[in-house]
Design a protein around this ligand. Structure first.
Ligand code: ATP
Ligand code: MG
Length: 452
């Protein structure tokens, strides 16, 4: 069941190498799930691995000799080969002080985080090596720490977050003792570098059941370490438009949006501003006036703290900014074009905005079935308007800045931007006016009042 080029490596390393596939690749192979990397382990010391692989004509990179790791390139793919090792003491809750090479395979497997990640598959064929019952846990859909979870989570604060991430990726449960150990070890988890936290949160959000991972973060209180702004959403009651509280609604939106990172992050954060914006009217109705702006502010702060990439921030913030716009059949074409213009200005494609909107509406848990036809009619209209390629921004105007200055006989200045804005408003109302002649007419009418 392994990848054929691994057999050539096995041959190069010789019979005593005990070359095995380990970690995520074994787990994913057994699940029939695609995986990017093959991680290998061997009894041989790293310098021996290097020498033998090179002698067989393979390209080898000494990635981390002191940790026992070399990278062998097989058919253009990097494959990490790590000597069986055990970890020394963990002093800082992040990485072992030292590693010890020259241990046996079972000891190597015992340092791994979860039973489903602590199995080995001999490259040359032979039985699965599974000292901690990983295969049974895979079948049962359980994430269980190898050994005592309290001890394992004291060693390395990333593991609790990995538990939630795997639960989300695979749709698994976290075994009760493993889950119960997380809140006991929050002080260790707190020390993890934010870059690693972001990677795990991102994988969790992109997973098969992100809502499961998020619920686990809230339950285990990991949420309070890295996303404390979101805690107030839990139990924050809404109004007659919603069946769920803000947090439960959020989990549903995360579940329903496409599995693209910016959609998932936007879903997680889009209503973060609701608890702070909540008010109750004289009639007892709950309102969240201006929550989009608060959500945006909180999201910006969270992305900054987690050092999210600029591209992710920009795309997610655009979705959050526009999630509260609810066009209806009563909107005129000009209002629809203005919405298209706002999406365009934020680089947000109509289809992506619509996918988010559908998820947000469905997640209200009420009468989405009844309103689906209305949404489809609206989308058909917006798409038709967009297909006509109407001018949506100043750069679509038939006269550019230079032409407008020539027409006005004036050098550039604040007046120019103001004029362009008014021209854009005019052509949003009437796209047919966006010709050189049509705009020149408009300019003539606009300018007298503009001349100071
Ligand atoms: P994926 O690569 O799909 O995210 P993975 O299980 O392969 O998942 P990696 O981070 O690539 O995860 O690690 C490879 C293996 O190393 C894991 O399967 C596990 O056996 C071990 N491992 C990784 N991180 C830890 C950790 N923090 N503590 C203990 N063992 C770990
Ligand atoms: Mg991996």
């Amino acid at each position: 069941m392994t990848w054929p080029p691994l057999l050539r490596l096995q041959e190069a390393l010789g019979p005593g190498a005990e070359l095995v596939v380990v970690g995520g690749a074994v787990r994913d192979e057994l699940l029939g799930r695609p995986h990017a990397d093959w991680d290998l382990a061997t009894r041989l010391l790293p310098r021996t691995v290097m020498a033998r692989a090179q002698a067989a004509g393979m390209k080898v990179i000494p990635t981390g000799l002191q940790h026992g790791t070399v990278t062998v390139i097989l058919e253009d793919r990097p494959v990490e080969v790590t000597t069986f090792r055990s970890d020394g003491d963990y002093l800082d809750g992040r990485r072992p002080e030292s590693v010890r090479l020259g241990v046996d395979l079972t000891e190597d497997l015992s340092r791994r985080d979860f039973t489903i990640n602590a199995m080995a598959l001999p490259v040359g064929g032979g039985d699965l090596v599974d000292p901690f019952g990983g295969r049974g846990d895979l079948k049962a859909g359980v994430i269980r720490a190898v050994g005592d979870p309290l001890k394992r989570f004291a060693e390395d604060g990333l593991r609790p977050l990995r538990a939630c991430r795997f639960a989300a990726q695979l749709g698994f449960e976290v075994e009760p003792a493993t889950l119960a150990a997380i809140p006991e070890r929050l002080e260790v988890a707190r020390k993890v570098a934010v870059e690693r936290v972001f990677v795990e949160l991102d994988k969790l959000l992109r997973g098969l059941e992100p809502q499961r991972g998020l619920a686990l973060l809230a339950e285990s209180r990991l949420l309070d370490l890295w996303l404390p702004e979101l805690r107030a959403m839990v139990g924050c009651g809404q109004n007659r438009h919603h069946a769920h509280d803000v947090w439960r609604h959020t989990l549903e939106v995360v579940r329903f949006v496409p599995a693209e990172p910016f959609q998932r992050w936007a879903a997680l954060l889009h209503d973060a501003g609701k608890p702070g914006a909540r008010s109750v009217g004289a009639d007892g109705e709950v309102h969240f006036y201006g929550h989009e702006a608060r959500s945006l502010e909180l999201a910006e702060g969270i992305f900054e703290r987690l050092k999210a990439s600029h591209a992710l921030r920009k795309a997610a913030l655009a979705l959050i900014r526009h999630h509260g716009t609810h066009p209806t059949g009563a909107w005129g074409d000009a209002a629809c074009r203005r919405l298209l213009g706002r999406l365009d200005a934020d680089g947000l494609e109509l289809g992506r905005w619509a996918a988010f909107r559908v998820a947000d509406q469905r997640a209200k848990g009420l009468d989405w079935d009844l309103r689906q036809a209305e949404h489809q009619a609206l989308m058909a209209r917006l798409e038709a308007l967009l297909a006509a390629r109407p001018p949506l921004s100043v750069r679509d105007l038939a006269l550019d800045g230079a032409a407008l200055m020539a027409l006005a006989g004036r050098p550039g200045g604040p007046w120019l931007g103001e004029l362009q804005k008014r021209l854009l408003e005019a052509v949003l109302d009437d796209p047919a006016a966006n010709t050189t002649v049509g705009l020149a007419e408009l300019v003539k009418r606009e300018l007298p009042s503009n001349r100071k």
